[in-house]
Write a protein that binds this ligand. Sequence first.
Ligand code: APR
Length: 313
Amino acid sequence: MKVTVIGAGNVGATSAQMLANKELANEVYLVDILDGIAKGKALDMYESMPILQSDSRIYGTSDYSETANSDIVIITAGLARKPGMTRDDLLVKNAAIVSSCATQAVKYSPNAYFIVVSNPLDVMTYVTLKVTGLPKHKVIGMAGILDTARYRSFISMETGYSMKDIQAQLLGGHGDTMVPLPRFTTVAGIPVTDLISKERLDSIVERAKNGGIEIVNYLQTGSAYYAPGTAAVEMAEAIIKDQKRVLPCTVLLEGEYGISDVCVGVPIKLGKNGIEQIIELKLNAEEKSMFDNSAEHVKKTIQQAMELIAKQQ
Ligand code: APR
């Protein structure tokens, strides 16, 4: 198993270290436009493997030919948010970066599964799908796992119940329009609506929606990376171990939920064939309307990005 992580910044380095720590891949390639950063961080991680008792080997490079025949490529390259910026503000620069990284990576690893982490996430997933020409079951965006992890941790804080017992689903874009679903949230099978008042739950949903900016405002110089890196590795693990996990991920919809030609978050079955099923939840009118609104926002941003890429070519 060979995994390439593009972008040796905070998210990429966290993902690479965790992949190797969990021994999910024999070889992990950390790629960055800054060769020394990739090499230095990879060597530092390599040197931690004897302590971690892991035989994963981590290499750093700026040369994509070394990543040839990767099974999985995780794209984290790009700019991170600073205070006052929305994820959409990253659009112009990150579209160019992600499109260049994905094009080079697929040239050497035409059979890889691509996990996209760079923001704005839904758009970057669509860009990766288009520039690589890969089939849609092979390109998957990481957003819903992070957003539900935030939501689940806030529910654990509120109730005092174990993180392990809190399950949740979420739909929509990775931004202010995301749609956490209290009706599909349980604590060990007990509906969360029986455990937390509507008022408190509404405020938890709001905090989850703004979970990214909460961290940006603390850090001031960048955005979250421990939870995003961990979430990307959970997706890689589901593919590597053929776990058939049911996880909220960003995928291309082609008629599911009555939506087409948009990459947006929905529950999927994730296993050795990538996206093995798109699960269609039975939504009520309010949930459906929030999801449609979110997908519509994402669609507009995708159109903007694609026009931009076309102009640059
Ligand atoms: N090719 C390869 N690497 C690149 C390129 C490129 N064309 N352009 C930038 N990079 C690298 C940078 O050199 C840097 O090391 O991407 C890395 C980004 O790292 P950070 O600035 O630490 O950003 P990070 O917090 O890791 O976030 C990366 O993930 O969660 C998203 O919103 C976040 O879009 C952002 C991305």
